[in-house]
Design a binder for this molecule. Structure first.
Ligand code: FA5
Length: 335
């Protein structure tokens, strides 16, 4: 009978497939109400002289069952670990997840580069509103309402007195109204003109510059702008000042650099002239000083204004300004 028990146990052990099955089998044989426990309890009901032998047999089979259960348990655990390792394993041949990083827009890049150069020359950075009073955009800059110079800038009017600023020059007036000389600052920002072709967009960026103090001359203007242009485009770049007209500066100049694409030989971009116009500049018109309460007898100064897109186009050899604002990722990724 005890031998039958051993055989039944082995058959049942054979069909154990999991640790849960094994635990059930353990309870069935060795638990408090299990078969072996019952056998041990039944010892008291057999004749005393048979007890030692029968007891030994039960203990032997108990030990046998324990050993078999233990070895099956470690075998099942090993199998389970193997399965787990297989399913959790790291497949180093799988390609990773790619994160695409944004990058600085080429216009902002050029803007920081220019700002950096002027900050190193001691200029501070100022801002002004993009929705501007006609007074600051025109009147205070010596461009009265019926003045033909208004036609030079195609203005977006919001009302009779309010415009989208057409240049960054109104910041000159706003800063001088608030501050006594000396002043030395640049003012970068967006400006708007009703204008659109391959070199003009309705919104573009300018950087204004203003320096006012006692004894500022055209030589200071030349020195600062040449230093800037040589840093920006290289020390060998030729720079030329051409007479021009702006109502808020007198005398006025337009500043050209030798075409960096053809080295002055003449090409499509410089329209065969060998020169590229980079910015407008001049000595601050005494009328502007009067409008902000500066004494033109005591103070003088220079101002300049440049288009950022124009500079970015030259630096990166881009022949259509609209590319900057189309947000084509293939274009923007190149910078
Ligand atoms: C001015 O706007 C003057 N305020 C500059 C100035 C400041 C002169 C201080 C003297 C003293 P202008 O209209 O030329 O000047 O414009 C300056 C630059 O802006 C141009 O050289 C050009 O590079 C750029 N620009 C003008 N219109 C557009 C446009 N629609 N799209 C892109 N860039 C433009």
């Amino acid at each position: 009978m005890i031998e039958d028990l051993k055989k039944t146990f082995l058959d049942e052990l054979e069909s154990v497939k999991s640790l849960a099955d094994l635990s059930n089998l353990k309870v069935k044989y060795l638990g408090r109400k299990g078969i072996i426990t019952a056998e041990l309890k039944s010892l008291s009901s057999i004749p005393p002289d048979e007890r030692p032998l029968h007891g030994k047999k039960i203990n032997d089979i108990k030990q046998f069952i324990e050993e078999k259960l233990d070895s099956r348990e470690s075998q099942l655990k090993k199998e389970e670990l193997g399965r787990q390792l297989l399913s959790d394993s790291l497949d180093i041949t799988l390609s990773g997840k790619f994160t695409t990083f944004g990058r600085e827009h080429p216009i902002n890049k050029i803007l920081s580069e220019i700002t950096d150069i002027f900050v190193r020359m001691g200029f501070s950075v100022e801002e002004g509103p993009e929705v501007e009073l006609d007074y600051y955009n025109f009147e205070a800059l010596n461009i009265p309402k019926d003045h033909p110079a208004r036609d030079m800038q195609d203005t977006f009017y919001i009302s009779d007195d309010i415009v989208l600023r057409t240049h960054t020059s109104p910041v000159q007036v706003r800063v001088m109204e608030k501050r006594k000389p000396p002043v030395r600052f640049i003012a970068p920002g967006k400006v708007y003109r009703c204008d659109a072709d391959i070199t003009h967009t309705p919104m573009f960026h300018q950087i204004e510059g203003l320096m006012v103090d006692k004894g500022i001359t055209f030589s200071n203007l030349k020195g600062v702008l040449e230093a800037f242009l040589h840093r920006m485009f290289g020390a060998d770049t030729p720079v030329r000042f051409r007479p021009s007209f702006f109502p808020f500066t007198e005398p006025s100049a337009e500043v050209d650099i030798g075409c960096i694409l053809c080295n002055g030989a003449g090409c499509r971009v410089c329209k065969g002239s060998g020169w590229l116009e980079i910015l407008g500049a001049g000595m601050v018109n005494p009328r502007v000083f009067e409008n902000v309460g500066y004494d033109p007898e005591e103070y003088s100064g220079f101002a300049f204004g440049m288009g950022i897109e124009r500079i970015a186009m030259l630096k990166y050899s881009i022949d259509d300004i609209r590319l900057f604002f189309e947000n084509d990722i293939r274009f923007l990724r190149q910078f």
